[in-house]
Write a protein that binds this ligand. Sequence first.
Ligand code: NAD
Ligand code: TYD
Length: 367
Amino acid sequence: MTIIITGAAGFIGNHVARLFVNKYPDHKIIALDKLTYAGNLENLADLEGKPNYRFVRMDICDYDSVLGLMRSECVDGVIHLAAESHVDRSIKDPLAFATTNVLGTLSLLQAARTAWGERPEGSEGRRFYHISTDEVYGALAMDRPDGGDGPGGGPWGSRLFTEQSPYRPHSPYSAAKASSDHFVRAFHDTYGLPTVVSNCSNNYGPYQFPEKLIPLFINNICLRRPLPVYGQGLNVRDWLYVEDHARAIDLIFHSGRVGDTYNIGGFNEWRNIDLVKTLIATTDRLLGRPEGADLDLITYVADRAGHDMRYAIDSSKLSSELGWKPSLQFEEGIERTVRWYLEHRDWMERITSGDYMRYYEDMYGNR
Ligand code: NAD
Ligand code: TYD
């Protein structure tokens, strides 16, 4: 198979590309990325030179180029992760999110439909896999405000998002992702494009851009900078180690039912403030500082506009139908993650200084 992975130079994309390149030597993997501020070619450096791997710099909104690539490479599969992904940025610049997440996805869908429609065997054996988020479902109630083990649901609330939950996006980011999900399903229902969609909870792990909570806070703890906790820090997120997400993507791409949707989550809900305290304790311990020495860095700041209270995913369909479950306990995942950022201070510094942007030029010429 020849597979395009869009957004491969981003956080989740590089883990998916690494898994596919190493696990499937007979698949040809094309890592496609526009290299926006969030794309970092250094994240893919260990794959350079592998015979079944190639990087292509391309904007998914550039329909003619995407179609040209799909035709010339006889692409059989698309794993679509490219997106604008940060909620705070979407509040400042919603149009950029509509352009990439909605129109970019539409451009890819149309290119796949056209290229596959031209082949004698049509869409047979092909797959267009769209990676989405649990944020499309909106926010869940915190109806167990003290935490607890009531029957069903999660520790902080009695309901979880299932594949049947209605779409109720609140941020421009989640609204754009919701719209792209609808277009993917419309291409399946209208044109018979062999699509599959998954909606995943918050990911964490190595190579995450340090605008997101976990890498931003680890870096700030190292540098003893304030940790800006939005509102009262009581919002709940369901955290999944990124390599577990990549494994789920592999499984769904190869064995998921065409036209179907799978939720992916860690059954691992944390209030932001509790997570931040765990990050401080772990980072301090690994740096040899007295544990909790940096608790005073916690700084409560104005809440995010439209801040969703709680996300929590029911991934039992994926477990029962395809046998997936998270492999890592959260404590182990956080320890591994903090260690990685501490051992890759140079990676972090090249991002915060802007130097990572030069990596592409060194490899391929002007950016
Ligand atoms: P990211 O921001 O780290 O990476 C996105 C990548 O897409 C970057 O490399 C960027 O350069 C690329 N890109 C952006 N616009 C592009 C365009 N027009 N053409 C080509 N490439 C473009 O994001 P991420 O956290 O890795 O998320 C990847 C996908 O997974 C997104 O679709 C996101 O909605 C989804 N998702 C993320 C999470 C999470 O917790 N991070 C959870 C669930 C779903
Ligand atoms: P984030 O990593 O941006 O992911 P998402 O908004 O997609 O869930 O944020 C995770 C949670 O942390 C979210 O509730 C917002 C909160 N947060 C802060 O409190 N401070 C910060 O500086 C950031 C980036 C996030």
